[in-house]
Ligand binder design. Structure first.
Ligand SMILES: Cc1ncc(COP(=O)(O)O)c(C=O)c1O
Length: 404
C-alpha cells in the first residue's frame, strides 16, 4: 500500500527477524506463571524484561481487590469520565494518590502514555516552549507534538545545557515548561534533579518530572526520585504510571497548582478516551497501599539491583552509569545484540532488546529489569546466562572479535 511505503526498510528488517523464528519484537509469553517466570518457546523462562519492579502482578491483595470490583461493577466503564461519568473508585484513587504525594490534586488517566500526553499538551500551548531532555520517552515527544508548543531539546542530564537553552529563550514571550524523567527508561540512569530544578526555577520555568520508572521504587516512601533527592516542593507536576511498579495499567498526574481542574475540561487524552475499568482502579489502589505499607519490597529490590549490577560489571560487561532496576548492557552492534539476545533466550532468560531509534546515541542494548521478587537463584541464573552467551560469542568470533 502506497501510504506505507516509507516504512519499507523497517518492514524488511522486521520480516528478516521473524524469519529466524525468534523475533525480539514479537516474543510470545505462552503462559505467565508468576512475576518472574513464563513459558516462552515451550520452556520455562526467567522474566528479566518486564517493568514489574515490585512483582505486584500476582499479589493476592491486588488480585482479590480486582476480582471484587469486577464482580460488583462489571468489566468496563465504556466511556470517558466527562461523557459517561466518574466512578466513585476513580475519585477515591485520586484522593489516595494526592494524599500519598502530599499534593492538593491528582488526576488518573487510562495509561501513563496518556498521562504525559494529557498533561504536557494541556500545559503548553501554541506560543509556549517545552524544554525536554533529549532522552525522554516517546510519550513525552508525542505530547510535545500534540501541544503545538515549540519543543527545545537539551543534552541528556545536563543542567548547563538546560541553562543555555533557557537563557536563549529568556526574552521570548510564552510560558516555559521543563520535562525530565526520574529514572530513564532505557539506560536506567537518574536525572540530576537538584541541578535541573534549580536552573528551571532561576528562569521561572515550570517543571514536570515523569516518575514512570521511579514511582514505588525510589524514595523512603516510594514517591520517586523527587522524594529521594528532596526536591518535591520545587517540582510543579509529577506524572506516573500504574503499569510498572504497581503491576497493572493506568497513569496519573499530581500537583498543587490551583487551576488543576482545567485538565478535566481541556485535556483531550483525558476527555476523549474511556476511563479505567473498576477492576484496574481497584488493583491500582491495592498496589498503592502495598507501596506505602511494605517498604521491605523496595529494600529487596535495592539489594537485587546491587547484586546483578555489580556482578555484571565485575564480569566485564559495559553497563548504564547508575545501578537501578533497569540494567542496560551495551552490545557492539545490532547484529551481535540480536544474536546475544537469542543466546540468552535459548538459556531460558528473557530480557529486552533495545535498538535505535529508541536508544540514546544509536546504541544497541540488552535491557534487563530487576524485580524485588527475583530469587537469588534466578539472579544467579541471569548472570550465568550472560557469561555463557559471551563465551559462545568469543568461541565463535575468536577472542579478538567485537564480542560484548
Ligand atoms: C518514562 C515513561 N513514561 C511513560 C511511559 C508510558 O507508560 P504506560 O506504558 O503506562 O503507558 C513509559 C512506558 O514505558 C515510560 O517509560
Amino acid at each position: 500500500m502506497d501510504l506505507m511505503n516509507r516504512f519499507q526498510s523497517w518492514l524488511e528488517l522486521y520480516r528478516a527477524n521473524q524469519a529466524t523464528g525468534s523475533d525480539p519484537l514479537g516474543v510470545m509469553l505462552e503462559k505467565t506463571i508468576s512475576p518472574t517466570e513464563a513459558i516462552i518457546n515451550g520452556r520455562a523462562t526467567i522474566l528479566a524484561g518486564t517493568n514489574n519492579y515490585l512483582g505486584l502482578t500476582f499479589d493476592p491483595d491486588c488480585i482479590e481487590a480486582a476480582i471484587e470490583a469486577l464482580r460488583l461493577e462489571g468489566t468496563g466503564t465504556t466511556g470517558s469520565r466527562i461523557a459517561n461519568g466518574t466512578y466513585a473508585r476513580h475519585r477515591a484513587l485520586e484522593q489516595e494518590l494526592a494524599a500519598f504525594f502530599g499534593r492538593a490534586h491528582a488526576l488518573v488517566f487510562s495509561t501513563g502514555y496518556q498521562a504525559n500526553l494529557g498533561t504536557i499538551s494541556t500545559l503548553a500551548g501554541h506560543h509556549d516552549f517545552i524544554l525536554i531532555d533529549r532522552d525522554c520517552h516517546a510519550s513525552i515527544y508525542d505530547a510535545c507534538r500534540l501541544s503545538l508548543a515549540t519543543t527545545v531539546r537539551f543534552t541528556h542530564n545536563d543542567p548547563d545545557s538546560l541553562r543555555r537553552r533557557l537563557e536563549a529563550l529568556k526574552d521570548r514571550r510564552g510560558g516555559k515548561l521543563v520535562v525530565v524523567e526520574g529514572i530513564y527508561s532505557i539506560l536506567g540512569d537518574r536525572a540530576p534533579l537538584a541541578g535541573l530544578v534549580s536552573v528551571a526555577r532561576s528562569y521561572g520555568a515550570a517543571i514536570l518530572v515523569d516518575e514512570a520508572h521511579s514511582f514505588g521504587v525510589l524514595g523512603r516512601n516510594g514517591r520517586g526520585l523527587c522524594e529521594e533527592v528532596g526536591v518535591e516542593d520545587e517540582v510543579d507536576f509529577i506524572v506516573g504510571t500504574f503499569s510498572k511498579s504497581a503491576g497493572t495499567i493506568g497513569g496519573f498526574c499530581v500537583s498543587n497548582v490551583e487551576s488543576f481542574d482545567t485538565f478535566k475540561i481541556t485535556s483531550r487524552p483525558f476527555m476523549f478516551s474511556a476511563s479505567l475499568p473498576p477492576s484496574v482502579v481497584a488493583a491500582a489502589s491495592a498496589a498503592l497501599k502495598i507501596i506505602v505499607g511494605r517498604p521491605e519490597l523496595r529494600a529487596r529490590l535495592r539489594a537485587n539491583v546491587e547484586f546483578l549490577y555489580n556482578e555484571l560489571r565485575a564480569a566485564g560487561f559495559i553497563l548504564g552509569p547508575d545501578p537501578s532496576p533497569i540494567i542496560a548492557v551495551s552490545m557492539p552492534d545490532l547484529a551481535s545484540g540480536v544474536a546475544f539476545w537469542r543466546a540468552l533466550l535459548d538459556q531460558g532468560v528473557y530480557v529486552n532488546l533495545a535498538v535505535p531509534p529508541a536508544t540514546p546515541h544509536g546504541r544497541t542494548l540488552l535491557r534487563c529489569s530487576v524485580l524485588a521478587v527475583h530469587s537469588s537463584e534466578q539472579l544467579r541464573a541471569i548472570l550465568d546466562a550472560f557469561r555463557r552467551a559471551r563465551e559462545q560469542f568469543q568461541n565463535h568470533n575468536g577472542r579478538n572479535g567485537t564480542d560484548p
